[in-house]
Design a protein around this ligand. Structure first.
Ligand code: IPM
Ligand code: MG
Length: 356
């Protein structure tokens, strides 16, 4: 029986609430589909930092490198300096594990979840590939004359040919593997950020290796418009870090809300990180309010990555059925109890997966 080593950081706010539910479902899938999870829980997050001064000690970080996957609930706490925990945990994992792809599927499971008039599951089914280690996120910034009237602040966006190429190439591979419309859109702002010409050129070069895949291009502002107006135009889209961050929140709303959108931070062949794209929603922590569906779907993405495709699809299909039948009303705070949803999906996975 396959055993997968998993590191789990439930994190802040609703992170622990939704992580517990996600693993109810993942554990049920492991029982039904016959594999084992060797789970190590880590206490890292804002409370742990406040209690101990520790963010993510080197020895623990090294340990995670040897595992199959890392699962993260959520990070963010208003009691701590902005960005400290985000950089100490999320960005540390993305950069120091070189998780260069942030894969964010935007898939509408049921028409009633979509705020757009007249759009259904056939119209909203795309994957955004967000370059995950470069761009505006490298942390390269500075201030001069701080606090003075002539203060200067800089933030540098950085792109390397290798970094752009590996993200773009993955987008083409994914369009081929999905077998859908076989279309890749490049989203950038090369008309204003002239350094993004590197994206234009690398995209054209990579595209010439994939004659079977059609291509498109949108500037990020136009992409925001098109995502709302004609989401059916997108199959796979690839974009830089900051634009990917922004447009995937927009995408999450097309799917039904932040409570449904999951992501994988991936370095193919190496330990990779799976997380819901929502934040820590501190106001709802411990109140059994937040929907764990995004967390459950992040669990499904994790299983797919670990080679447990059957278990992964079973979870996703159960979620789709529960939405279609109306047993899952939605993913808004309080639509259901957090634990009610985890129990419901886990029970479905057991019921459907158990012969006879
Ligand atoms: C995300 C989040 C993070 C990001 C924050 C928490 C730093 O918004 O994963 O989309 O900007 O990447
Ligand atoms: Mg974001």
């Amino acid at each position: 029986m396959a055993t997968h080593d998993i590191a789990i950081i439930p994190g802040d706010g609703i992170g622990p609430d939704v992580t517990a539910e996600a693993f109810k479902v993942v554990d049920a899938a492991a029982e039904v589909f016959g594999f084992e999870l060797n789970k190590t829980h880590y206490p890292f997050g804002s409370q742990h930092f406040l209690d101990t001064g520790e963010i993510w000690p080197d020895a623990d970080f090294e340990e995670v490198k040897g595992m199959g996957a890392l699962y993260l609930g959520a990070i963010g706490d208003p009691r701590i300096e902005v960005g400290k925990m985000e950089f100490g945990i999320i960005a540390k994992a993305r950069f120091d594990l070189d998780l260069y792809l942030n894969i964010r599927p935007i898939k509408l499971y049921d028409e009633r979840l979509c705020p757009l008039k007249g759009k259904g599951p056939d119209d909203v089914d795309m994957v955004i590939i967000r370059e995950n280690t470069e761009g505006a996120y490298t942390g390269m910034h500075g201030f001069a004359h701080k606090g003075q009237s002539l203060e200067v602040a800089t933030q540098t966006m950085v792109w390397t040919r290798a970094g752009v190429e590996r993200a773009v190439r993955h987008a083409f591979e994914m369009a081929r593997a999905r077998g859908g419309r076989k279309h890749v859109t490049l989203i950038d702002k090369a008309n204003a950020l002239r350094a993004q010409d590197i994206w234009t050129r690398v995209f054209a070069e990579v595209a010439s290796d994939y004659p079977d895949i059609a291509t498109g291009h949108d500037y990020i502002d136009a992409a925001c418009m098109r995502m709302v107006d004609s989401p059916e135009d997108y199959d796979v889209a690839v974009t830089s870090n900051l634009f990917g961050d922004i447009i995937t929140d927009l995408g999450a709303m097309l799917q039904g809300g932040l409570g449904i959108a999951a992501s994988g931070n991936i370095h193919p062949g190496k330990v990779s990180l799976f997380e819901p794209i929502h934040g820590s929603f501190p106001e709802a922590a411990g109140k059994n309010l937040a929907s764990p569906i995004a967390a459950v779907l992040a669990g499904s993405m994790m299983l797919d990555y670990l080679g447990e495709q059957e278990a992964s699809s079973a979870i996703e299909n159960m979620v789709i059925d529960l939405f279609k039948s109306g047993r899952l009303k939605g993913v808004g705070a309080g639509d259901h109890g957090t634990n009610e949803v985890g129990d419901m999906v886990a029970a479905e996975v057991r019921r459907v997966g158990t012969p006879g």
